[in-house]
Design a protein around this ligand. Structure first.
Ligand code: HEM
Length: 180
């Protein structure tokens, strides 16, 4: 998993729960990296799982909720870090339709070892709803949910996001986004 995800995660933990707790979860985890991350580095996905497990132990907040909160935080950080991906994108559906064929493609050029999910989108003929199918062996649908919410907030749109189907313990999830 790319370092930018780790650096942003640690920053969110520091902001929301304080430096002490951030240090505590890093120390409690058995991390080959030692908990020292750089944005361009690549680290084992298991390190993220351990950090989440230990953050759950310390805060009593479900790991699924922690991942969704992190997704929202990450989306606003993506806006600061990669503003060019937002140029000309006017709304949530337009932005999300571009992840698979443009944004994650560019991400892969930037970080050739990135492990990205497959994301398929389909907008209804009247434009009021969008279906999104997320597929990944890393089963990070809760992170996707947070990123989607972060996106609707960014474009200041009232959109209901629901999970309408989930297969195989979360390796394939269908989200339905409906404009209010
Ligand atoms: C500017 C927008 C975005 C950028 C720059 C971006 C970039 C990235 C990067 C760098 C990773 C890490 C890959 C790795 O660790 O190897 C990633 C993973 C991921 N991205 Fe995006 N992303 C963006 C938007 C989105 C959105 C809106 C979604 C919502 C569906 C999304 C879903 C995911 C998920 C769920 C992962 C975790 C890996 C997995 O599930 O397999 N991304 N993205």
């Amino acid at each position: 998993m790319k370092g930018v995800i780790f650096t942003e995660f640690i920053e969110m933990v520091e902001d929301r729960f304080g430096f002490l707790l951030a240090d505590k979860i890093v120390s409690a985890s058995d991390l080959p990296s030692g908990g020292v991350y750089t944005a361009v580095g690549t680290y084992a996905f298991e390190e993220m799982q351990q950090l989440l497990t230990n953050l759950n132990k310390e805060t009593d907040i479900e790991t699924s909720t922690l991942l969704t909160v992190f997704g929202k935080h990450l989306f606003s950080r993506f806006y600061s870090l990669y503003p060019h991906f937002f140029v000309g994108k006017k709304n949530t559906f337009e932005f999300l339709s571009n992840i698979e064929n443009y944004i994650h493609v560019e991400v892969l050029k930037l970080y050739p070892d990135a492990q990205l999910p497959a994301i398929k989108t389909e907008i209804s003929t009247d434009g009021s709803a969008m279906k999104m199918i997320y597929k990944s062996t890393r089963k990070m649908g809760d992170l996707a949910l947070g990123l989607i919410s972060g996106c609707t907030q960014h474009f200041k749109e009232d959109i209901i996001v629901e999970t309408i189907n989930e297969n195989d313990g979360g390796s394939e999830i269908t989200f339905m986004l409906t404009k209010k």
